[in-house]
Design a protein around this ligand. Sequence first.
Ligand SMILES: NC(=O)c1ccc[n+]([C@@H]2O[C@H](COP(=O)([O-])OP(=O)(O)OC[C@H]3O[C@@H](n4cnc5c(N)ncnc54)[C@H](OP(=O)(O)O)[C@@H]3O)[C@@H](O)[C@H]2O)c1
Length: 339
Amino acid sequence: MRALIIEKNGEPSAVVQSCELPEPTPGPTELRVRMLLSPVHPSDLHVIRGRFARQRQPELPASPGSEGVGIIDAVGSEVPSSRLGERVVLLNVPGTWREKVISPAARAIPVPAAVSDEDAAQALVNPMTAWAMTMLEHELGRGDWLVQSAAGSTVGRFVLQIAKTQGFHTINLVRRHEQVAEIQSLGGDVVICTAQDNWPEQLREAVGGEGIVKAIDCVAGRTGATLARQLAPGGRLLVYGALSTHRQTEPAAFEMPIFAPALVYSAAEVRGWFLYLWLQRKSLLESGEGLRSLLEQMAAGSLRPPAARRYHFNDALEAFAATERAAHDAKPLLAFAES
Ligand SMILES: NC(=O)c1ccc[n+]([C@@H]2O[C@H](COP(=O)([O-])OP(=O)(O)OC[C@H]3O[C@@H](n4cnc5c(N)ncnc54)[C@H](OP(=O)(O)O)[C@@H]3O)[C@@H](O)[C@H]2O)c1
């Protein structure tokens, strides 16, 4: 079988190679998935460069890839043969950029027929992040308010869709004026552009009362610091990214100066949030239920991943370039076989 692999960390265009590997055989409780599509996320490129969370850096050589959809084409002795031919997404099985992937049977979650391969391939990383932070960590309910930065990001757009179905309101930060009308049209109740010098005052006014009660931030730097400074007594900010630092190459932009008095006097909380740590702490039953629920929402049409563009895995370099373009409109997916 063909596989994309890295033997050392470096620039994706230099270190990702396509190679022929022996076809793997599933162990007793495992199954084998013939991959159809697997996305290229910015975090996959961080892994290739060796800049991702240490616990997610694979031992090399390894295939990158963090999620995807495929068809079960072999099962271990303890897995029902009725699963052969099932279309599944993989729940936290790294190394998906290969034609055949071995997965524990319980981590291969069936995909409803109404969900396209393109949508299924993106069902885990960004939708689960948006769902877990809003519904499970912040426990947002009907009528609550959430402040989010980078509202135009994929995660931000999932948050807007979840807000619609779950009935909470959003105050959204974007960095370009052109995005204001778009985020409003997606249901953002308040949209503030951080290109305006007085955006912190606009935010304070929009939030009102004693300040921000619940917020999520993936920009860090000055944006994250401003959100932290405006937290209400007992307010909570989840920091889940650091987009201020382009491709993680500007260490200073990782810094997020905290104004201590605001934090102390409000006994507020600024906490990191990382999907893979969250998944590790949840039981497989619980995270599997979460992923099934996201797939059902996709089948019902209430959760829609961004448009996708397929790249044959031989053209992976083009997919990497598309992932890194500043304003990309389609999620690059590596295609391993015809659907
Ligand atoms: N912690 C976790 O477990 C977890 C899980 C999933 C994602 N993430 C993180 O979530 C973030 C968003 O991911 P994504 O895949 O949704 O991103 P994405 O779709 O690639 O979108 C990035 C968005 O961020 C905006 N942006 C980029 N740099 C910015 C900056 N310096 N200041 C303000 N806005 C900026 C972009 O605005 P323009 O349109 O103006 O370019 C774009 O709207 C990333 O940092 C990712 O690593 C974290």
